[in-house]
Design a protein around this ligand. Structure first.
Ligand code: ATP
Ligand code: MG
Length: 439
């Protein structure tokens, strides 16, 4: 993509309404525009990141055996009346009436609808287990939408729902999602810590929030350093095998949020040199809720013995749009965003310092063409602009690599390659630079 033709309305000034760094940087980099409170339009640069996150989330859901569906954003109130949540949900639910006066709502979540789909389609234990997910916009009329896309009113969520015959089966599904979440966040380039969360009236221990570490996070995190050193992606996962030992190994290590934190327990269980106390952002939540919805909505299957029982369910959410902001909170510096390679909108920013000079122009066009041929996503700053503005702009949007072509380098037969994350710069031949970026 040529920057001269790219729709990326960056801002020079820091927007006054943005309280936190990710919101400021997303507005300044031209990733999103606020449409109304807590509701955003996604512009090309931001949408590329959102799509990349969505793709990784989807791949890891599929890998764990979940199947993708797509349910609507607008739902009928009837099912919610049956589950008892139409009144219980309160003012966070956006309620609408259609032209016939029928009560509708913009879905804040989908337990009722997926349970209804299941109820009318599955009748026997032979068709279990099942995991069905979708990636869809939700609406929650949050009291205080803030922090940009991190606490929006309209936001993109991946929500998965599992159906099993009994608790043992549900636990297996839960464990699959637990491991799948660890893999998902690791692939996004994030350090995620699973934290035991409240199970409410359901009880038991099958509820975890996944918190990624970021100094500006809303939650306080206490954990064992081994959490952070564990190489999730290095460990081969077989989703057909018994995952209980993997999950146990993780949950045995201490990890609590502030509301569950007991300093005495932390000090007793974790050696001093292994204690980590940080802040974090909730990006995912998994929990088992048994027959909470299958009972009232009558989602029953026949057991091998022929009796009819309500299925055991779990639900598993990931805040896809929140993650865009959360990644920035976890990875930025004073100059701008530092994208992990997996979610970067482009891999390389190609900076041409002197577009007007014929040799620079020729070299720029050549490199741009070669990178594209090799399938490398590249944003080419081919504008006639001051070098200072080009460098600052590239640092702001945070692409992992910057490749700089200038008249002085070209005379020596070299270009400059800068890694955004550490700031290291290296002069090397054009061929070597290309080999590095395409390798
Ligand atoms: P929170 O405590 O932050 O309000 P929640 O418990 O309401 O979260 P869930 O209902 O479990 O969240 O939703 C699953 C995921 O959706 C959350 O882990 C979070 O990543 C994301 N999410 C929830 N509310 C919002 C929001 N208002 N804006 C953006 N993402 C959200
Ligand atoms: Mg909430």
């Amino acid at each position: 993509m040529r920057l001269s033709a790219y729709f990326m309305p960056t801002l020079k000034e820091t927007p006054a309404e943005a309280e936190i760094v990710s919101h400021r940087l997303m507005l300044r980099a031209g990733m999103v525009r606020q449409a109304s409170a807590g509701i955003y339009s996604w512009l090309p640069l931001g949408l590329r990141v959102l799509k990349k996150i969505e793709r990784i989330v989807r791949e890891e859901q599929d890998r764990a055996g979940a199947q993708e569906v797509l349910m609507p954003t607008i739902q009928s109130a009837d099912l919610w009346r049956q589950s008892g949540r139409y009144d219980a949900y309160g003012p966070e639910m956006l309620r609408i009436a259609d032209r016939h006066g029928r009560d509708m709502l913009y879905g804040p979540t989908n337990e009722e609808l997926i349970t209804e789909i299941f109820r009318t389609s599955v009748k026997s234990y032979r068709e279990l287990p099942r995991m069905l997910y979708h990636i869809q916009w939700k609406f929650r009329d949050e009291v205080r939408p803030r922090f940009g896309v991190m606490r929006g009113r309209e936001f993109l969520m991946k929500d998965n729902y599992s159906f099993d015959l009994d608790y043992e089966g549900a636990k297996k599904s839960y464990n699959k999602m637990f491991v799948s979440y660890l893999r998902t966040f690791a692939r996004l380039g994030l350090q995620a810590v699973p934290m035991a969360a409240d199970t409410g009236p359901i009880g038991g221990d099958l509820s975890h929030e996944f918190i990624i570490l970021a100094d500006t996070g809303e939650s306080e995190v206490f954990c064992h350093r081994d959490f952070l050193d564990f190489d999730v992606l290095g460990a081969e996962v077989d989703y057909e095998a018994d995952l209980e030992p993997v999950v146990q190994a993780w949950t045995r290590l201490y990890a609590r949020t502030d509301d569950k934190h007991d300093p005495a327990v932390f000090e007793r269980e974790v050696p001093a040199d292994k204690r980590v106390q940080r802040r974090g952002i909730e990006v995912g939540h998994i929990f088992y809720f048994g027959t909470k919805y299958s009972e009232p909505l009558k989602a029953q299957v026949a057991t091998p013995g022929g009796e009819s029982v309500a299925v055991h369910m779990g639900s598993y959410g990931i805040g896809v749009s929140r993650l865009v902001g959360a990644v920035i909170e976890a990875s930025h510096d004073k100059d701008g965003i530092i994208w992990p390679e997996a979610v970067a909108p482009f891999k390389v920013g190609l900076i041409n310092l002197k577009i007007a000079a014929p040799d620079c122009n020729k070299a720029g066009e050549e490199i741009y063409a070669k990178l594209q041929e090799a399938g490398v996503e590249v944003l080419y700053d081919d504008r006639d602009e001051r070098p200072g503005a080009k460098f600052a702009g590239m640092d702001l949007i945070g692409l992992p690599w910057q490749l700089v072509i200038g008249p002085r380098g070209l005379d020596k037969g070299v270009v400059e390659l800068k890694r955004r994350a550490g700031g290291e710069r290296e002069e090397l031949s054009l061929e070597a630079a290309l080999a590095r970026l395409t390798g």
